[in-house]
Design a protein around this ligand. Structure first.
Ligand code: SF4
Ligand code: SF4
Length: 95
């Protein structure tokens, strides 16, 4: 190991989440909210694959992409990766 890096035994203990991630709702971190456009969407599922929170799922019964806003942090990756610009990031409360 390079001398400028400390081992994990030397660094101070960091903050640790005290509940499972399923109970720690991160949606309130969000500033911008992804808003989905059904007309533009081609159901390619790229947003589902790229979302780091697993917050986008396809509902086969309704043929809709569903966003779980309890966990969506508003990172905008889904909007960035969507090939059809079917997701717009909108200031929270202005959607
Ligand atoms: S990435 Fe865009 S086009 Fe593909 S499923 Fe998601 S919203 Fe629809
Ligand atoms: S904004 Fe980020 S966290 Fe929210 S649905 Fe899109 S990719 Fe997932």
């Amino acid at each position: 190991m390079s001398p400028e890096y400390k081992s994990w035994k030397e660094i101070p203990i960091a903050g640790v989440c005290w509940v499972p991630s399923t109970e720690y709702k991160t949606g309130d971190w969000r500033t911008y909210k992804p808003v989905w456009d059904s007309e533009k969407c081609i159901r390619c599922m790229l947003c589902h694959i790229y979302c780091p929170e697993g917050a986008i799922k396809y509902n086969a019964e309704t043929d809709e992409m569903e966003f779980n806003y309890d966990f969506c942090k508003g990172c905008g990756i889904c909007a960035n990766e969507c090939p059809k610009e079917a997701i717009k990031m909108v200031l929270e409360g202005k959607e």
